[in-house]
Design a protein around this ligand. Structure first.
Ligand code: NAD
Length: 443
């Protein structure tokens, strides 16, 4: 089948590449000329494990092509995936400028039947807007004879495991009001459905809302466990033990119950906010979602509060090491990463920062600059002479570090562990002053 993905970012590039891997012919389109030039030269603009080899293989075998020309890419494609960004507007609602812009371009260029698929995360009723915009363009061209369908097909992949998630999805959600289109979508996805994974066909609004509900549910679990972790710290309970205690209940389960420094990334914060806005517009109160967001905002500030409690409000003269800048391991994505707020909070108070991340340093440097921050390629070098280490991302190589080496190079052996990576008792025995999340009563 011939496919075109419009928007070649984390979602569009992975989608296009995985479809090509299954033998489909794919055009990936982006308005970012630099990005397309890189991809044409075999340079992958993002870090995603396994992606580079897969892009290279499919490009060499002629199934995966890159262009800035939508008209060229869509000419022979039946399926047009819209995978552009939907960032938050100032009021928290989803900015649909890119999605609507793409719809307009499709309307200008469409010459025969197409299935237009919204893979971007978009609020309920966006499918209708996309249809309307395309129709307006067809009216202008006096080509209302051209037929098309608009489908919602939200994406659930996780950055850092995007290929695996796309190739082996838990489920595929398809929102359509046309039975035949639903069947064509099922056929398109059939190579990914070998292990009894489900295709859930539903109406468009339900599919659109499913994506927001899923991300909000996951964000709710994170804020919930973070709130419980505060009760643990205040009471002497240990969040790790409580987590095991509740997670082993099959009604609750273990995933997404890790206390930490709050959720970040390009999806959870914006999707919770956008769902609140949608609900408010519909007149539906959102007390749970409001609290999820408030708890998260507070949690992102927790580590700076802990540092201030120990060293005071004026941090000039202190240098802190940061391990982990990306919002989670195995990605270079820094959008809404808690590290941004934490580092800015410390620098504002006069601290100097030695920052390390295995992958995200160049992205971080663009966002954080150099003021007060030195970036290190080696995580132990970042520790030399520092007052304390703040661990912000649970990259594998921070899990079992050489603690003896750390004790030797740090000025004072103090760790603020935002991801509960180490055992508080062992850390104390080794001579560290160790602060973590929801396990401090046990220290
Ligand atoms: P991204 O910012 O990485 O990529 C978006 C791309 O679209 C950019 O390369 C941009 O240049 C391009 N673009 C913008 N306007 C365009 C246009 N008119 N024509 C062609 N290209 C255009 O975004 P992303 O992280 O891939 O997210 C895309 C959508 O998928 C968002 O709605 C997001 O919420 C959703 N989503 C993201 C993830 C994730 O983990 N990143 C997961 C699931 C869903």
């Amino acid at each position: 089948m011939d496919i075109c993905t419009i928007g070649t970012g984390y979602v569009g590039l992975v989608t296009g590449t995985c479809f090509a891997e299954m033998g489909h012919n794919v055009w990936c389109v982006d308005i970012d000329e630099e990005k397309i030039k890189k991809l044409c030269n075999g340079v992958i603009p993002i870090y995603e494990p396994g992606l580079e080899e897969m892009v290279k293989r499919n490009k060499e075998e002629g199934r995966l092509r890159f262009t800035t020309s939508l008209s060229e890419a869509m000419e022979n494609s039946l399926f047009l995936f819209i995978a552009v960004g939907t960032p938050p507007k100032e009021d928290g609602s989803a900015d649909l400028t890119h999605v609507i812009g793409v719809a307009r371009e499709i309307g200008k260029n469409i010459n025969n039947y197409k299935i237009i698929i919204n893979k971007s995360t978009v609020p309920v009723k966006t499918g209708l807007k996309v249809r309307q915009v395309i129709y307006e363009e067809l009216l202008l061209r006096e080509r209302t004879d051209i037929e098309f369908d608009v489908v919602s097909n939200p994406e659930f992949l996780k950055e850092g495991a995007a290929i695996e998630d796309f190739l082996r999805p838990d489920r595929i959600v398809i929102g359509t009001d046309n039975v035949r289109t639903g069947e064509l979508m099922k056929e398109l996805y059939s190579p990914f459905l070998r292990n009894g994974h489900q295709v859930l066909i539903m109406n468009i609004s339900s599919a659109e809302l499913t994506k927001y509900a899923a991300n909000s549910m996951l964000a709710t679990r994170i804020s919930f466990i973070n709130e419980i972790s505060r009760i643990c710290d205040a009471s002497g309970a240990d969040i790790e033990q409580v987590r095991l205690g509740i997670g082993s209940d099959s009604r609750i389960g273990m995933p997404f119950l890790y206390a930490g420094i709050g959720y970040g990334g390009s999806c959870f914060p914006k999707d919770v906010q956008a769902l609140i806005r949608t609900a408010n517009e519909l007149g539906v109160p959102t007390e749970i979602l409001n609290s999820v967001e408030m708890v998260n905002i507070a949690q992102k500030g927790l580590l700076v509060e802990m540092v201030v409690n120990k060293y005071g409000k004026d941090l000039s003269g202190y240098t802190f090491a940061i391990w982990g800048l990306a919002f989670k391991p195995n990605t270079d994505d820094m959008r809404e990463a808690p590290s941004l707020e934490i580092i800015n909070g410390l620098v504002e108070k006069g601290a100097k920062i030695n920052a390390h991340d295995p992958i995200a340093i160049s992205v971080a440097r663009e966002l954080l600059g150099e003021h007060g921050i030195t970036y290190y390629e080696n995580n132990y070098s970042a520790l030399e002479g520092v007052e304390a280490l703040l661990l912000l991302t649970e990259w594998n190589n921070y899990r079992r570090p050489d603690f003896h080496r750390m004790l030797r190079v740090m000025k004072t052996p103090t760790i603020f562990d935002g991801r509960n990576q180490y055992d508080p008792k062992k850390m104390k025995q080794m001579g560290f002053e160790y602060y973590c999340i929801g396990r401090n009563g046990n220290n």
